[in-house]
Ligand binder design. Structure first.
Ligand SMILES: [Zn+2]
Length: 189
């Protein structure tokens, strides 16, 4: 994964090597390397903060804990998988794990009644970008509904493609099993 490097418009402190002592100049390259990694990590944290936190105050106090046995025993009307990739300012960004499960990544609970007990019917288990649609009701789930769950402001979406084809009305796109969705976001504004 390539890390976003442009953090100039952020409140993340720039990595400073100006206070390195003269005798430590041989370590400058090492520091620069560490700094590069640190900036990368800071960028990931920042993307999380900007993309996934703005609706945090709306989260309920509900615990993200759930009963795996119950989930796997509930009978589902739908269990589909969509592949999501996200570009932020042109750089690949990680899709978080436990979207629709972790309270910090589960903002809109309005569809909760259609999911297995205690989780959103649209969720992620890992960082692979796979969106699981596990619904007790045979209904459609739109990308807009997923953005509401994860807490991404649709105004930040600059482009969306499904299997390579651009869609203008991305919010109302019903997600289908096996398709590949790419979201391009701008967070500089
Ligand atoms: Zn699944």
């Amino acid at each position: 994964m390539s890390l976003p490097r442009d953090v100039s418009k952020t409140d993340v402190a720039p990595i400073s090597i100006t206070d390195v002592q003269p005798g430590q100049k041989k370590l400058m390259l090492l520091y620069a390397g560490i700094g590069f990694v640190a900036v990368g990590i800071a960028s990931i944290v920042l993307i999380y903060m900007i993309l996934y936190q703005p609706l945090a105050s709306k989260t309920t106090g509900k615990s993200g804990e759930f009963n795996l046995t119950e989930i796997h025993s509930v009978s589902l009307a739908r269990h589909d998988h969509v592949s999501l990739s996200i570009l932020v300012n042109g750089q690949q960004a990680m899709v978080p794990e436990e979207v629709g499960i972790n309270p910090q990544l589960w903002h809109d609970h309005s569809l909760e009644r259609y999911g297995p007990s205690g989780i959103s019917p649209m969720h992620t288990h890992d960082t692979s970008g796979t969106i699981h649609i596990e619904s007790t009701t045979p209904r459609e789930y739109t990308l807009g509904e997923f953005l509401a769950v994860i807490g991404i402001n649709p105004d930040r979406v600059t482009r969306m493609t499904v299997d390579g084809n651009a869609l203008n009305d991305f919010l109302n796109h019903p997600m289908n099993d096996g398709e590949k969705i790419q979201l391009e976001l701008n967070i500089s504004g």
